[in-house]
Design a protein around this ligand. Structure first.
Ligand code: SAM
Ligand code: SF4
Length: 336
């Protein structure tokens, strides 16, 4: 991936440059995390999903327009058939600096090496608990041993960085914050703690009751570790702290409620159906599936549609734990 930087052309009405896209390559998943989707999830009919070729075409258009970071997410990206092909093809495009993946790790034993060979630089793995029964409860169907084995497989492949993402829910896993950090220290991983976002109806738990703030997590960690804020950035909304005595582990916080991250937003998301979402917490979007299917092979029209979409990128989201209004999109469709 030679880094020949294209001239950035994606600037929104508030002067923010978009340099990062998250591609959700499927809404399907082999787990059912309680904060992400209901137990009986209705998935989008397959004909409505973008093909891998359409995703690649859109990804390439974004790179030509100055995007230099692509994160492949879902749903669980590694359950999409032939997904390796997309990684391999995007991994070859000039101008792409960072090709990353968010995964639940269940398939990493099989995919870690080919992903590394395809040019994947960094991997985020979602893991909220190290206790098998609790893991089963929080994912409804998962087997912790498989996820841990997937992480081990990735560790064998020498990625630039592997990071854990942990959603913290009060009375579910808030007592495991230090255990998760210890697991990361032992393996040289980073970790981000995430406040739950109100995406999709949730009958499993009351989000206001299970809210556990980043500030609270930091306070818990300060009982045990010395942490200093850093300016380290990976292109996302995470605020990082360095553990003073463990130089290979950073602790990050993704805090949509307590520390709004909209001002510096540099990213957009493409849903598995080809809807370009300009903000995680708003419905402003552009139907890129329609654009590519109505104008087969026409990259000029596609690029113009992407440039035009910058005009509807909202100033920010408006997540509110006590509001009755909840976005109807679940995270698996949005692409976390
Ligand atoms: N299946 C992959 C995984 O779990 O890593 C990728 C997709 S998943 C939707 C991406 C990230 O979104 C995960 O780290 C997950 O923990 C997070 N997530 C899902 N639902 C969420 C919610 N309601 N609030 C905050 N984070 C959420
Ligand atoms: Fe699947 Fe990821 Fe959602 Fe969990 S968070 S249900 S692993 S898409």
């Amino acid at each position: 991936m030679p880094a020949q930087q294209a001239q950035p052309q994606l600037v929104d009405r508030f002067g923010r440059t978009v340099s990062y896209i998250r591609l959700s390559v499927t809404d399907r998943c082999d787990l059912r995390c309680v904060y992400c989707m209901p137990e009986k999830m209705t998935f989008v009919p397959r004909t409505q999903l973008l093909t891998l070729e359409e995703m690649e075409q859109i990804g390439r258009a974004f790179i030509r327009l100055g995007v230099d970071k692509i994160r492949i997410t879902g749903g669980e990206p590694l359950v999409r058939r032939n997904i390796l092909q997309l990684f391999e093809n995007l991994g070859e495009v000039d101008g792409l600096r960072d090709l990353t993946l968010t995964t639940n790790a269940t398939q990493l034993r099989k995919y870690a090496r080919p992903l590394k060979d395809a040019g994947v630089t960094r991997i985020n793995v979602s893991l909220d608990t190290l206790r098998p029964e609790r893991f089963r409860e929080m994912t409804r169907i998962g087997d912790l041993a498989k996820t841990l084995d997937g992480i081990d497989a990735a560790l064998e492949c020498d990625f630039d960085k592997i990071k854990l993402n942990a959603v913290v829910l009060k009375n579910y896993n808030h007592d495991e914050i230090v255990d998760l950090v210890e697991y990361c220290i032992g393996r040289g991983l980073d970790i981000s703690f995430i406040e739950e976002m109100p995406l999709g109806q949730n009958d499993h738990h009351d989000r206001a009751v299970s809210y556990y703030s980043s500030d609270q997590i930091l306070e818990d960690l300060e009982q045990r570790y010395e942490l200093v804020p850093t300016t380290y950035k990976t292109g996302g909304p995470t605020r990082y702290f360095q553990l003073i005595e463990h130089e290979n582990t950073r602790v990050g916080f993704i805090s949509p409620h307590s520390h709004n991250f909209c001002e510096s937003c540099n990213r957009v998301r493409l849903t598995a159906e080809g809807r370009l979402l300009l903000c995680l917490g708003q419905e402003h979007s552009m139907d890129l599936r329609h654009v590519v299917r109505a104008n087969p092979g026409d990259d000029v029209v596609l690029e113009q549609a992407i440039i035009d979409s910058m005009q509807i990128k909202p100033k920010g989201h408006d997540f509110n734990l006590n509001s009755a209004e909840v976005l109807l999109r679940h995270m698996n469709l949005t692409g976390g």
